[in-house]
Write a protein that binds this ligand. Structure first.
Ligand code: GDP
Ligand code: MN
Length: 359
C-alpha cells in the first residue's frame, strides 16, 4: 500500500511540471506576440545599480552600461551604494570622472538597509519614464539589451520587462544550462500567454508610474524584482520576458550551494507573499501564478514525501519500491534530472531556512 502512495506522489511530482512545460511550450512558446512593438521607441530610462561591496565588478558593470547603444540624452544612471567597505564608491566616483558624457548620479548611503530600501531611495531621484534595475554582478552582454527592453514599452499594456538568462563563468554553468532550457521556455511561454511571475535582477524594467502605484519595492522579502512584476501583472498589465532581451549572470565559483539556497529562499518568500495578494489578478495570470506557486511551494515536498514512503516500504521489503528508488538514484547520472532534483532540495531547504533567516 505504502509503495503505491509513494509512487503516486512521485508521479504527481514529475508529472505536473512536465505537463505544464509540454502544454505551455505547445500552446504559447512558438506563437507570435499579441502586442505591438514600435521599433525605435526610445523612452527616457533611468538605470539603477544598487551596490554593496562590489569593488571587483563595478567598473566592468559601468562599462557594460556605457557600451549600450541608447541615446545618452534619454539615459540616466543612478548608482546607489550602501556604505560599502571595499571602496566601491571611490571606484565609481573615479569612473565617473573619466566618463563625463554619460549622465551618472552616485548616491552614497551612510548605512546598509538592504537592496530594496536603496532602490526605493534611488527612485526618488529618478527622472525616467522607465526604470531599469540591474545587479552589479550581472552583465547584459549584447549592446542592445536596454534598447530592446525599452521598445516593448511602446505597447501601453506592457508594465514590466525582464531578460532571458545565460549563465556565465564557474564550474557550475553546465548544470545551470540544463535547467535553463526548461526554465527559459516557461518564462517566454508564460509571457506570451500573459505574464511571468519570475523576473531577473540582471535586468528588471518597470514603468515608473506603476512602481509608485504598487507601493515601490517590497523591503520585507528578497525577491523584489519578481514580486514587483507580479503585482504589476496582477493589476492587469503585462510583465514579460521576451526572447530578444538577453542578460548574463555571474554564477559564483565559491559558495555555489549557499547561493542557490539563498535564491530559492527569495523565490519561496515571493510566492508565499504572492498567495496573499489582495488584488484579483486577471484569470489568465491567476492560472500561471497558481501553477508557479504550487511548483515552488508544494511540489518539492511531494517529492520528499514520495521518497520517504518508497524508502520506508523498501526497508519493509517491497521490491517495487526498491526498483523505483534504484531507478530514481540511477537517473542522477542524467544531468537535467540531477539539476531538477537539486532545485527541489534547494527549495525544501529554503522553505525551512526561511523560518529563521530571511536574508
Ligand atoms: P543575489 O544576486 O540575489 O544573490 O544578490 P546580490 O548579493 O548579488 O545582490 C544583488 C545586487 O544588490 C548587487 O548589485 C548587490 O551589490 C546589491 N546589494 C545587495 N545588498 C545591498 C544593500 O544593502 N544596498 C545596496 N545599495 N545594494 C545592495
Ligand atoms: Mn547576484
Amino acid at each position: 500500500m505504502l509503495e503505491y502512495i509513494g509512487l503516486g506522489l512521485a508521479l504527481i511530482h514529475f508529472g505536473t511540471p512536465l505537463s505544464y512545460y509540454v502544454y505551455m511550450k505547445k500552446k504559447y512558446f512558438g506563437k507570435p506576440w499579441d502586442m505591438k512593438r514600435e521599433e525605435g521607441f526610445k523612452p527616457k530610462i533611468t538605470v539603477i545599480v544598487p551596490t554593496y561591496n562590489e569593488a571587483k565588478l563595478i567598473e566592468k558593470k559601468l562599462d557594460d552600461i556605457y557600451a549600450q547603444e541608447y541615446p545618452r540624452d534619454r539615459l540616466e544612471v543612478i548608482l546607489i551604494d550602501s556604505a560599502s567597505s571595499d571602496g566601491t564608491l571611490e571606484i565609481a566616483e573615479k569612473w565617473k570622472e573619466e566618463h563625463g558624457e554619460i549622465n551618472l548620479k552616485i548616491i552614497g548611503e551612510d548605512s546598509r538597509r538592504g537592496k530594496a530600501h536603496s532602490l526605493n531611495e534611488a527612485l526618488k531621484h529618478s527622472t525616467g519614464e522607465i526604470v531599469v534595475i540591474t545587479d552589479a554582478d550581472s552583465f547584459w552582454g549584447t549592446r542592445d539589451s536596454l534598447g530592446r527592453a525599452a521598445e516593448w514599452f511602446s505597447d501601453p499594456s506592457v508594465g514590466a520587462v525582464s531578460c532571458l538568462k545565460d549563465p556565465e563563468g564557474s564550474e557550475a554553468p553546465s548544470i545551470e544550462l540544463g535547467y535553463r532550457g526548461y526554465y527559459n521556455v516557461l518564462r517566454v511561454a508564460e509571457s506570451k500567454a500573459y505574464s511571468t511571475p519570475i523576473f531577473h535582477g540582471e535586468l528588471a524594467s518597470f514603468r515608473k508610474d506603476l512602481l509608485e502605484e504598487v507601493g515601490e519595492f517590497p523591503v520585507d522579502i528578497g525577491s523584489d524584482d519578481s514580486h514587483t512584476a507580479t503585482k504589476i501583472a496582477a493589476m492587469g498589465y503585462r510583465a514579460i520576458i521576451p526572447e530578444d532581451v538577453l542578460c548574463k549572470e555571474l554564477v559564483p565559483k565559491r559558495g555555489y550551494n549557499s547561493w542557490r539556497i539563498r535564491r530559492a529562499q527569495h523565490l519561496v518568500q515571493h510566492f508565499m507573499k504572492a498567495m496573499k495578494l489582495k488584488v484579483k489578478a486577471p484569470k489568465n495570470f491567476d492560472r500561471i501564478l497558481k501553477v508557479e506557486e504550487y511548483l515552488h511551494l508544494m511540489n518539492p515536498w511531494i517529492l520528499l514525501g514520495g521518497a520517504v514512503l518508497l524508502s520506508a516500504s523498501a526497508i519493509m521489503g517491497s521490491l517495487i519500491s526498491l526498483i523505483f528508488l534504484a531507478l530514481g538514484i540511477a537517473l542522477l547520472m542524467y544531468k537535467p534530472y540531477r539539476t531538477w532534483i537539486s532545485m527541489q532540495l534547494y527549495l525544501v531547504i529554503a522553505a525551512i531556512k526561511n523560518l529563521w533567516s530571511r536574508e
